[in-house]
Design a protein around this ligand. Structure first.
Ligand SMILES: [Zn+2]
Length: 534
């Protein structure tokens, strides 16, 4: 609030009082400041890593190291992605985010802590190992064993964009020794709490869960509520891949999330209704979210602007064959039952033609095409050709008319659910997709409201106080782009394609991309809730 008051004060000063020196001057653009306020013509000056001034600059008195002519362009906050995947310690380049204007991502999603994302190195660690690692003692794995260690290592390596980390419920549960459907013991529960508290103290912005995945799926509501209390006391957020996204179960899943709210803020990740038949089902979900908010519950959500999800094949396995040991047992001893369950589940998910293989040698073909080419029923492809886990795939299980309601809703943030190794166009194209298709072509949402969904709204969802708005005093994450010309070049056949129409992308006051060419340096930072939250 203080920062915004200062911004208003500075913006209202006469031109004669404007500062003359700046590291970067962005001149003559239309500022869409991220708050939803109407675009206005203004110059933006950057000094160090902060926005120093927004208003009219006397050009004769200006001395700036870098001048960006923004005539005919809009100037916006860098986009903030509430739900992203990746691990810079494994795949260093975050070009997919940066080149679409994302300057901050939230990692540690779906219950998987950042240090466990993209690696199974830490899978067999025990709580005793975690305690040793916390004291700085070696535990026999190459990578970091705790979130604090990961944050230090990622910062030392250098990151392309800012990263706000979450603690992962499933990672913590597994470390605590609760990996199966056996009820969690009190001792394990206390271990999970210890890890969560340490992660929050290290600067995590909250806790994520992935309640459709192992071992998160074995949790009870009581367990989730107990951990959410700790998150709330720290001022954090619980971000949830909910228990179910199916049309007949989503209301109950939202209730489970609402039970975790207050003191914690709660957030629905990648909002979607699987098997929706009518658009009004989306209206009912929005009504439920807004009714909770009207009661004082702090609940938010993000959505990616595509109609197909992305997951490994485990998504179509029956509940009793989710884990590898269960799957192996089912293939050996319950083969007919497994085949019937897979058949039923895939048919319910719009059939094998609705599953587009996205990794491995079959990438680009549907499951139906693979099965036909091999002359096998698709269930035999899943069991005998792919085996446990299988390739990643895009699942066409959403109703476009229903998802469109979420994508255009002013109170639902835009996210990617993408990442460097996720071969889905959302990884490279989510933000330009909204600007090109939903704002410009369909006029489903206004430019200012769309930019707000990509900046100040996701910042607020996260409790990130110093980013997401173009105002003096805020961190200088800024975009200069041509709203009339932004084109999403990512497609299902070529997901890894950056958009066009962006002039400049500034991260922490440094020009990271200019005219489509990125600087070799990495200007992102590891963010800590303890330093930037409100
Ligand atoms: Zn998820």
């Amino acid at each position: 609030v203080r920062i915004l008051a200062l911004a208003v004060l500075l913006a209202s000063m006469p031109a004669a009082a404007t500062p003359r020196q700046a590291d970067i001057a962005i001149l003559g653009g239309m500022v869409v400041d991220g708050t939803g306020a109407k675009a206005r013509r203004a110059d933006v000056l950057v000094s160090g890593d902060r926005i120093a001034f927004v208003g009219r600059v006397d050009r004769k008195r200006l001395q700036a190291a870098t001048v960006i002519d923004a005539a005919g362009r809009i100037v916006t906050p860098g986009f903030i992605d509430n739900h992203a995947h990746g691990n810079p310690l494994i795949a260093r380049s975050f070009d997919n985010f940066l080149l679409q204007g994302v300057t901050t991502v939230v990692l540690g999603q779906d219950g998987v802590s950042p240090q466990a994302e993209g690696t199974d190195e830490a899978d067999n660690l025990t709580f005793a190992d975690w305690e040793k690692a916390s004291r700085g003692e070696p535990v026999g794995i190459k990578g970091p064993a705790t979130l604090a260690q990961w944050m230090t290592a990622a910062a030392a390596r250098g990151v392309d964009v800012n990263i706000a980390p979450l603690s992962g419920f499933g990672t913590n549960r597994a470390l605590a020794g609760a990996r199966t459907e056996d009820p969690i013991t009190e001792a394990q529960m206390q271990s999970a709490e210890t890890i969560l508290k340490a992660d929050l103290a290290a600067g995590a912005f909250g806790l994520s869960n992935g309640l459709e995945y192992v071992p998160d799926r074995y949790s009870t509501r009581e367990e989730l509520v107990r951990l959410a209390r700790i998150v709330g006391e720290a001022g954090g957020v619980v971000m949830s891949h909910m228990r179910s996204e199916d049309s007949d179960r989503i209301a109950g899943a939202i209730d489970e999330l609402l039970a975790q709210a207050g003191p914690a803020r709660v957030h629905i990740s990648h909002l979607k209704i699987v098997y929706a038949r009518e658009a009004r089902e989306a209206d009912a979900v929005l009504d439920k979210i807004r009714a909770a908010r009207a009661r004082g519950v702090r609940i938010s959500a993000d959505v990616y602007p595509y109609y197909a999800g992305y997951a490994d094949m485990g998504l179509v396995y029956p509940d009793w064959a989710k884990r590898r040991d269960q799957w192996d047992d089912a293939v050996r001893n319950r083969r007919a039952e497994l085949e019937a369950a897979l058949e039923a589940r895939v048919m319910k998910r719009n059939g094998p033609e609705a599953i587009l293989i996205a990794s491995g040698p079959d990438a680009g073909k549907t499951l139906k095409e693979v099965a036909d080419a091999r002359g096998l029923p698709f269930v035999k492809v899943l069991i005998d050709v792919y085996g446990y886990g299988g390739p990643a795939a895009a699942h066409r299980v959403m109703l476009p008319e229903a998802q469109d309601r979420f994508i255009a809703a002013p109170d639902i943030a835009i996210g990617t659910d993408g990442g460097p190794w996720i071969n889905h166009p959302r990884s490279w194209g989510s933000y330009p997709q909204v600007l090109q298709v939903f704002v410009r072509e369909r006029k489903a949402i206004g430019l200012e409201a769309a930019i707000r969904k990509m900046s100040s709204l996701p910042a607020a969802n996260l409790g990130l106080a110093d980013r997401g708005v173009v105002a003096a005093g805020m961190k200088a994450d800024l975009l200069v782009l041509d709203a009339a010309r932004v084109v999403n070049n990512a497609s299902w056949t070529r997901a890894a394609a950056p958009p066009s129409g962006y002039d400049a992308i500034i991260v922490n006051g440094r020009v990271a991309v200019r005219g489509g060419v990125r600087a070799p340096e990495r200007f992102g930072r590891i963010l800590r809730r303890t330093e930037v939250s409100r």
